[in-house]
Ligand binder design. Structure first.
Ligand code: ZN
Length: 445
């Protein structure tokens, strides 16, 4: 599925992202934060070793991004920042614990890596810690969890964040969280209030159901940590949300464009912005997404991606997703100067009846986690209300990228094409069976 960086600009939001990237680029060349042996501002959480014990292993050196806000906080503000930090650590602990807990593999979960392998039409899965990028991400997040006082220097509640605007979902949620009320971001309520057309309509549907969707979640089915809104209400409310596609027509489906948002807890644009630990680039980018009933069109990107499906379904097949490798035999690939053009046409031939979309469920060991390789083509279909009870339509997920600091992070949506294979202009609706072409770029070492 999802998130979604930098579709080429035509909007103010995109411009903000470019400025953010420029700032990060500059940051890479300028002075790092103090080395780990500089006095941390917070007392270490581990007890002091007895004096006769051998010297403790030296703590890893953390380098923060250069845009961490170091403004002085009052004791009251510090207490609120501490609360958000604690919930951030709990979220990260749940995340790595889930990745290190035996689930169908001996040492890690079995993640779905293709919903259809293009040969047998079966899904394909792999023990997720066999991927080197996942292994590194887990190592880096565990360094954070083992050295919270050092990592804390790279934490910023993003109250004064200037790269681009960040939002709290609704005014009601803001008032219910003392942390969110203090940070006082603008709300998605306000953002979508006067947006026109179907994008605005979907945006208002999103904010009206935001909290109910966040409550219709479960993580304890797969990890012994409540990572959801119920367990971490301040984090889910006060983290900076982005209506990422609302102003971007390249995402095509207007219902999806308004009805989608994501937030980043750790990563280059998140609350915890660590550039390096022990000289290793920290590619981990960990956050959350939300989507109302809509189709997130086929898309792809360089960074590998990982989803934990915490959103509960009210009936089978309410929420389904698709991920298939770009070189899957079900697609048609053509080499270009700088990559591959991958043509997708599910409405034709043998694919018409093939199962490309599979359900997600936090409580099914085969469905709760998925991993997307580089340039894997993926899509998400969130269905309407179904089943008994009054559960809302809509879907929240734990989301991560593993290599957020190299190559192009842009999420590109595949382009609708006509029967002649040429791009169609001005399309505002695309389904899973409409033909599209995905213009992949080579990864550059
Ligand atoms: Zn994605």
């Amino acid at each position: 599925m999802n998130v979604h960086r930098k579709i080429p600009p035509s909007t103010r939001t995109s411009l903000f992202f470019i400025l953010a990237l420029a700032a990060l680029g500059l940051a890479a060349c300028t002075k790092p934060t103090p080395p780990a042996d500089a006095a941390p501002t917070h007392a270490p959480e581990t007890p002091e070793a007895p004096t006769e014990a051998p010297a403790a292993k030296e703590a890893p050196a953390f380098v923060c991004d250069d845009d961490i806000d170091t403004s002085e906080l009052t004791p009251e503000q510090q207490a609120l920042a501490d609360k958000l930090w604690d919930q951030t650590l709990t979220y990260l602990r749940g995340f790595t614990t889930a990745l290190e807990t035996s689930k169908l593999c001996l040492d890690s979960p079995l993640a779905m890596i293709q919903t259809n392998d293009g040969k047998s039409d079966d899904p394909q899965a792999r023990c997720v810690s066999r991927y080197r990028d996942v292994e590194l991400m887990v190592k880096h997040v565990n360094w954070v969890l083992d050295n919270p006082a050092l990592a804390r220097q790279c934490f910023d509640v993003q109250k004064n964040y200037e790269a681009f605007p960040l939002y709290t979902p609704t005014e009601a949620m803001k008032q219910a969280s003392d942390v969110a009320a203090w940070i006082d971001r603008p709300t998605l309520d306000e953002y979508h209030a006067d947006k026109e057309g179907k994008v605005g309509e979907a945006g208002r549907d999103l904010v009206q159901n935001f909290e109910a969707i966040l409550k219709n979640t479960n993580s304890t089915a797969f990890v012994d940590v409540d990572m959801t809104y119920q367990g971490l209400p301040d984090l889910w409310t006060a983290v900076g949300w982005l209506p990422f596609y609302a102003e971007n027509p390249k995402a095509i489906n207007e219902r999806f464009r308004g009805g989608y948002a994501y937030a980043e807890v750790m990563g280059p644009w998140g609350l915890l912005r660590i550039k390096e630990i022990e000289g290793e680039l920290v590619g981990a980018e960990i956050g959350m997404t939300i989507q109302v009933e809509s189709f997130y069109p086929y898309h792809f990107h360089h960074s590998q991606e990982l989803y934990m499906n915490i959103g509960k379904s009210s009936c089978p097949n309410q929420n389904t997703f698709m991920v298939m490798h770009w070189d899957n035999p079900s697609f048609t690939q053509a080499r270009t100067d700088e990559g591959w053009d991958v043509a997708i046409d599910k409405g034709k031939g043998k694919h018409r009846k093939a199962t490309w979309f599979r359900p997600t469920s936090p409580s099914d060991p085969n469905e709760w986690i998925a991993y997307y390789e580089r340039n894997a083509i993926h899509a998400t279909k969130v269905g309407g209300k179904c089943g008994e009870g009054n559960a809302p339509s809509g879907f929240a997920q734990v989301w991560a990228r593993t290599s957020s600091r190299d190559n192009n992070q842009t999420t590109k949506i595949c382009t609708p094409v006509g029967k002649d294979g040429n791009p169609l202009e001005g399309v505002t609706k695309v389904t899973e069976t409409d033909p599209v072409v995905c213009n992949l770029e080579d990864w550059k070492p």
